[in-house]
Design a protein around this ligand. Structure first.
Ligand code: PEP
Ligand code: MN
Length: 430
């Protein structure tokens, strides 16, 4: 948790947030919970994606639109691949705070506090910029209201119409050999839509015209989260109304820590990131803590280990959960265990490693007879060059500098994200 120089300022901000309108409504969180319950039972698939960190400077409606569009395209591909509903959740409208492994950063002998996300301090490398400033929480809140407002408009105002989406931009497919597999799947989706129309399915209904889209972020900055927590008038339960779903990061999931203590008290569906460091016993304690009544959909376990470690460690975790009869949604985050430093010093992620981890995740679930319930990705709809590789748009280390815009971790670009969706869809079909 950041330490603020001026406690009084912090209290002022917390009061201002506590008086502000909630960003989401408890009823929506419950709706998402119901969808996730289906994923826990093997009847649905969760797709989560968005920036590693949202930024104040780069805020633009086009960026939101592009990420939203790619997520919907991916969801359509996955729905077709898995023949099951896909729950769409954006790492958006609140994904501002970052856990850092190092409290300080050193450049040319100058040591300053690390950048912790725009909701806490600023990225420029000056003492003033790196000071924790509570007023940034209000800026983050206001930006989130704008993001959510436009997302809601896109989701229900016609932008998400399937008849527009199926004409997704597939030029990338034309350019490669590999593309032919994808083209096949894409034309099958087209065909199915035409068939439905032909037999008289009402393609004017909300199912075809609107998307249900939810938001989520890491529940890290507790001052912000607590100030936006409200008691629901219909159930009397408390909900953190900053997002529909919240997750706890790998670095803040201590059993006696504040983040578990806070989240166990809220009604929102929850996620917990887990690496190979967690033991089966520890995992069961986390589950007991966050979902004592074993309600399906309440808890998603977001696995991020890297392919090799996943093959080694995930089976024992699944076995423990199975043995205790616990309902969880198993989600793969194949990006956070695969971050490397390229020769030019930039943080990157090889597409092939991400693919390998996903493959390992599906293999292990096949072996264990459990449901691979979802995927969690850092991605953007923009044509950035942050992750290397990909079969369609093979990005090289030398390309990284061209459009490296991330404020924290490297993201898959639109083409890479869509390619991954096709790979997952093929896997779900087989
Ligand atoms: C993240 O999701 O951006 C993140 C920091 O993940 P993890 O907690 O898994 O490292
Ligand atoms: Mn990240």
């Amino acid at each position: 948790m950041p330490i603020y120089d001026d406690e009084e300022e912090l209290v002022k901000v917390e009061h201002a947030l506590a008086k502000s309108s909630p960003l989401v409504f408890a009823g929506e969180c419950r709706q998402l919970h119901e969808h996730l319950a289906k994923a826990a039972m093997g009847q649905s698939f969760l797709l989560m994606g968005g920036d590693c960190a949202e930024s104040f400077k780069e805020f633009h409606v086009d960026t939101i639109r592009d990420t939203f569009r790619v997520l919907l395209q991916m969801a359509l591909v996955l729905t077709f691949g898995g023949s099951m509903p896909v729950i769409k959740v954006g790492r958006m409208a609140g994904q501002f705070a970052k856990p850092r492994s190092e409290p300080q950063e050193e450049v040319n002998g100058l040591k300053l506090p690390s950048y912790r996300g725009d909701i806490i301090n600023s990225e420029s490398f000056t003492e003033e910029a790196r000071r924790n400033n509570p007023w940034r929480m209000l800026d983050a809140y206001h930006q989130s209201t704008q993001t959510l407002n436009i997302l809601r408009a896109f989701a229900t105002g016609g932008y998400a119409d399937i008849s527009r989406l199926h004409a997704w931009n597939l030029d990338f497919v034309e350019k490669s050999e590999e593309g032919s597999r994808y083209r096949k799947l894409a034309s099958k989706v087209d065909e199915s839509l035409r068939f439905m129309k032909a037999i008289g399915v009402n393609t004017e209904s909300a199912t075809f015209k609107q998307a249900q889209f939810y938001t989520a972020h890491e529940c890290l900055l507790l001052s912000y989260e607590q100030a936006l927590t409200r008691q629901d008038s219909t159930t009397g339960k408390w909900y953190d109304c900053s997002a529909h779903m919240l997750w706890i990061g790998e670095r803040t999931r201590q059993l006696d820590g504040a983040h578990l203590e806070f989240t166990r008290g809220i009604g929102n569906p929850l996620g917990v990131k887990i690496s190979d460091k967690i033991t089966p016993d520890e995992l069961l304690e986390v589950i007991d803590n966050l979902n004592p009544n074993n309600i399906p959909g309440r808890l998603s376990l977001i696995v991020r280990m890297g392919a090799d470690k996943l093959r080694e460690h995930l089976p024992a975790l699944i076995r423990a959960v199975q043995k205790e009869g616990r309902f969880v949604v198993w989600v793969s985050d194949p990006v956070h265990g695969n971050t490397i430093k390229a020769e030019n010093g930039l943080k990157t992620r090889p597409f092939e490693k991400i693919r390998d981890e996903l493959r390992a995740f599906f293999d292990v679930h096949d072996q264990m007879g459990t449901h691979p319930g979802g995927v969690h990705l850092e991605m953007t709809g923009k044509d950035v060059t942050e992750c290397i590789g990909g079969t369609i748009q093979d990005i090289k280390v030398d390309d990284l500098n061209k459009r490296y815009h991330t404020h924290c971790d490297p993201r898959l670009n639109g083409v890479q994200a869509l390619e991954l969706a096709f790979l997952i869809a093929e896997r779900m079909r087989s």
